[in-house]
Structure formats: C-alpha cells, structure tokens
Design a protein around this ligand. Structure first.
Ligand SMILES: Cc1ncc(COP(=O)(O)O)c(C=O)c1O
Length: 382
C-alpha cells in the first residue's frame, strides 16, 4: 500500500527526447551524413528541406533561416517596414513578433484580441489605421489562424502590407489555405518546442512573391546579390544550419501524423472538460488547428496551476504579461487598460500539456485533476 500521499502520475509539459527516440535511426543517419560529408552550409539537405516545405505549405518559395525571429525580421525588411511606418499587431504574443517590428525602426500599434479565440480582433483594426500605417502583422496563436479574410479585406482597402507571424501555426489551415499563404510573406519557427521542432533554433520565410523571395534570400546572407561579395541590401547572417535542415526534413515526414495525435488528445480534453468550470479553446469557423497549445481560461488560474503542480502536472502561462506592459514596449501603447481583452486573458489563461507523445491516459488524468478543483455545477453541466 502506498502510504505517501502524492501525485499518481507525472505529466511533463514537453517530451522532446521522445521525438528523437521515435526517429532515432533516420536522424542518426542524416546527422552522420552531414558531419562526415563536410557540406555544413546550405548543402543538399538545406535545398531539399526548402523544396519540401514549399510543397507542404502550398507556396512558391520557402527560405530557411536560423530562427522564427529572423524569419519575421527579414520578411519585414523585405516588405519595406521602416522608420516612420506604423505596423498594427497584437500584444498577446511572444515578444519576437513585436521586437522585430521595433528593430526595423517602425512603430508597433497594438489592437486587442478576440476573447474566445485569442487571435487579432479584426473589428478593432480600422480604428487603429492612420496615414502612417504601412502594414499589419496578424499572429496565428496556439495553432489556429486569425480571420484572414477580414484582415486581408481591410488591408486591401487601405493599401497595407500583411506579413503573417505563423511561428506557432505550421500546418494550420483556414478555409483550406495554409497559415502563411495569405500575406505577402510569413515567418515560421522551428524552435525546439514547436510542432515541427529543430534540435536547436530554426525558422523559415514562406512567400508566393518572387520579388520578396529574392530579397529575403539575399538579406539572409548579408544582402549578397547575384555575385559573391556584392551587396544589394543591408543583411544578416541567418542561414539554417545544414545539420538542422537534415533533421527537419526527417521530422517533416511525421508532422501530419504528430498533429493528428495532438488532435486526438485535444478531443479528450474537450470532452472531459465540459464538466469543468473552465473556458475551453474555441475554433474560428473555417479553421483547423494544429493544437500547438491547449489553452483554457479560468478566473482561478493561479490556484489551478498550483493544484496541478501538486498533482504532478506541468502547465504553462502563455502569456502572463502582455507585451505593452514591458519596459521596452510601454512607449508604444496607451498603458494599462488600453487592451482590456488582452489584459483579462493574460490573467486567466493556462496551457495544459499537449504533444504527440502524451497518452490518452495522461490527458485524462490532467482533465480529471482540473475537474477535481473546478467542477461544473450540476445545473451548468446539463
Ligand atoms: C508567436 C511567435 N512569434 C515568433 C516566434 C519566434 O520564433 P523563434 O523562437 O524561432 O525565434 C515565436 C517563437 O517562440 C512565437 O511563438
């Protein structure tokens, strides 16, 4: 008999090692191929991975770079964001979406999000447009997409450039189109914990524009043009390492299956948490999600997180403090209270473990522990 009261199960938020274990023979082989072959920079794996990603995303060009942050920064440069411009985006995000706007010299302008989907609220866009507005950066958060039809219609009406932050949304679709295929360009991230994660950092720019693709390819390598040591643009050194490209090409073959596994687990959460007093994630009509995160809301968020921890379950708060509260970004916003939905959601959101190597049993345990603290009243559950 177990006399020590304690968690019956340990549920970590991520299990990155399990990805290696599932694919170890193929990964070992390609890593060995790269190291022993000596083509470490923009070799055959890099080319192959770009071609396969363009096919996967249904876009003309895929340009591999060394992070999602660089994918955004280079896309913004190629799209022409710069000093004097205003770029509209949201503050409920990872900082990279916004820091890169600031780095171009442009001014980020924050609009609020939709409470039910966590995505940019298109109804707030027109009021934020001024004669200086140059672009819009919709951020597809947690694996589903913003309402791109409405955003693109407003952008067209006001002649604005749209660059999508699709860092969290590889494989997500809206009305049959992949994330990243609406705007002039989009940035994807292959950071370790993403649905398609590198063994380190990685990212990709996708675009259907030949002109943007040519600029991004050049900016990625110091702005070098058609000839070596001739520079057409101000650039960076931001190639995706060959070894990462080789790893990513192997993992890409598994992405759809891995996303399906996440969907199966999310369905278990959705079903069981109907009996809990929490707000479960909602999809915008026309969207599919890759369940990059499974994020619930409750006014008793901190209490729930502590209760889950005691039960052996890791959870994460994405994102505890909206971007406009942080020192480097305060000057771009109208202060606390200026984005009421973003601010409310930041206090209530909690992401539960979801990844392709969790079991139905583990997810059931998590949901039961949520229900144990926050049961729905019998009347409400009916
Ligand atoms: C919404 C969003 N944008 C941008 C990024 C930046 O990507 P990376 O970490 O690959 O630089 C991330 C990654 O965490 C992200 O979640």
């Amino acid at each position: 008999m177990n006399l020590i009261a304690g968690p019956t199960m340990r549920v970590p938020f991520y299990n990155i090692k399990a990805q290696y274990e599932e694919l170890s023979s193929q990964l070992d082989q390609v890593v060995h191929e790269v190291i022993s072959g000596g083509a470490y920079v923009m070799g055959p794996h890099h080319k192959k991975f770009e071609e396969e990603m363009a096919k996967y995303q249904g876009v003309k060009h895929a340009i591999a770079v060394n992070s999602g942050t660089d994918a955004l920064r280079i896309s913004y440069d190629a799209a022409g964001f710069g000093p004097g411009d205003e770029v509209i985006t949201t503050a409920f995000t990872f900082v990279a979406s916004v820091e890169t706007i600031v780095q171009t010299g442009a001014t980020p302008v924050f609009v609020d999000i939709d409470e039910t989907t966590f995505q940019m609220d298109p109804a707030k866009l027109e009021a934020a447009i001024t004669p200086r507005t140059r672009g819009i950066v919709p951020i597809h958060l947690f694996g589903q997409m913003c309402d791109m039809e409405r955003i693109m219609a407003i952008a067209a009406k006001h002649n604005l450039v749209v660059v999508e932050d699709a860092a969290q949304a590889i494989g997500a679709t809206r009305n049959g189109k992949y994330a990243g295929s609406y705007g002039v360009a989009a940035g994807l991230s292959f950071y370790v914990t993403k649905n398609l994660g590198a063994a380190g950092d990685g990212g990709m720019i996708i675009t259907n524009s030949d002109e943007i693709a040519e600029k991004c390819r050049s900016i990625r390598v110091h702005g070098m043009g058609r000839e070596r040591y001739y520079y057409d643009y101000l650039g960076y050194t931001s190639r995706l390492d060959e070894i990462q490209a080789a790893i990513m090409a192997v993992k890409l073959t598994k992405l759809n299956e891995w996303n399906q596994r996440r969907a199966k687990l999310a369905a278990v959460y959705q079903d069981l948490l109907r009996e809990a007093d929490v707000v479960t994630p909602q999809l915008l009509e026309g969207n599919t999600t890759t369940w990059h995160q499974y994020t619930i809301r409750t006014s008793r968020r901190d209490e729930l997180q502590a209760h889950l921890k005691e039960s052996g379950i890791d959870s994460m708060i994405y994102y505890p403090v909206p971007i406009h509260y942080h020192e480097p970004y305060k000057r771009f916003a109208k202060g606390q209270g200026s984005l009421p939905v973003t601010e409310k959601v930041s206090l209530e959101c909690l992401s539960l473990p979801i990844h392709q190597h969790l079991t139905v049993e583990e997810v059931t345990y998590v949901a039961n522990m949520v229900k144990a603290l926050l049961p729905k009243s019998a009347a409400a559950a009916r």
